[in-house]
Design a protein around this ligand. Sequence first.
Ligand code: GDP
Length: 327
Amino acid sequence: MRESLAAHVAAGRRAAVSRAITLVESSHPEHRAQARELLAALTAPDKAAVRVGISGVPGVGKSTFIEALGGRLTAAGHRVGVLAVDPSSQRTGGSVLGDKTRMQRLATDQRAFIRASPSAGTLGGVARATSQAMLVLEAAAYDVVLVETVGVGQSETTVAGMVDTFLFLTLARTGDQLQGIKRGILELADVIAVNKADGDREAEARSAARELGGALRMVHGRERAPSVVTCSALTGAGVDDVWQQVLAHRDRLGDEGLAEKRAHQQLDFAWALVRDELEQRLRRSEAVRRVRGEVRDLVLRGELPAVAAADRILAAYDDAEHAPRVD
Ligand code: GDP
């Protein structure tokens, strides 16, 4: 059964791709095992797909941009997959990103595949689902995969850890550009595009891009600074240029650099999954649950210092882990 699903994915059948992604998103142990089998049966493309992360605050124009870029890429013969990593969907249960209604043209494009963010789980779990969905898309010959994320918390770091190039969309702001943008993002970005460079805002966007580009070159040096360009997702002006900058970043990495980057990402991701799983186990642990209430009361009453409290919780966990199992 798994083999036939893999074969249908390899043939690029949309329904199979959809089913395969549902399978890799599932946290059900049986589905996880099936997902592993499926992934083992899938073949990676001969030529590495172009993996791009796209981030920016809500309203910056991410979906408009992906619609514009995606349409250009499919018209040029590419097959484009769009995935979303959306930590806010954990809270609301609904998905803010990757929503088909947000990218209506691309959603009906036969050469594009859009998948909304999995709507449950930890960021680690969502990341696992997304990175495996990426493998499914690549096996189905989608040669460009865009991973969208909103500028919240850890999600950008997570996405930056699974793509080749991280594109940050921003808006022209008057005043100090570096203060206008969270510093951490600037560390992650390989390409920065000042969006909404149209109409009255065009001149402002251009000068903001120049200012930001200059500041980044001062901080990182000319070689390592991300390139900063302007675009209008609405009119499409500059969208090609943004893509050229993405490809230029890949060229700078080179085949070897790309392989090395992906290998390191795999290692970091493995550890992230381990940390995520350990945290889940800690939460589920009966032994921890038994001491939790008492530790809480003692700490709140000021009778137990934090360090001792942590020791007690960890000791409870370790004892339970190492105790002989009675099955
Ligand atoms: P997202 O939340 O980042 O996905 O942002 P959207 O793509 O939904 O865009 C938010 C709003 O900005 C929408 O009303 C878009 O039409 C508008 N918008 C997006 N890109 C541009 C642009 O390049 N120029 C202008 N003027 N408006 C834009």
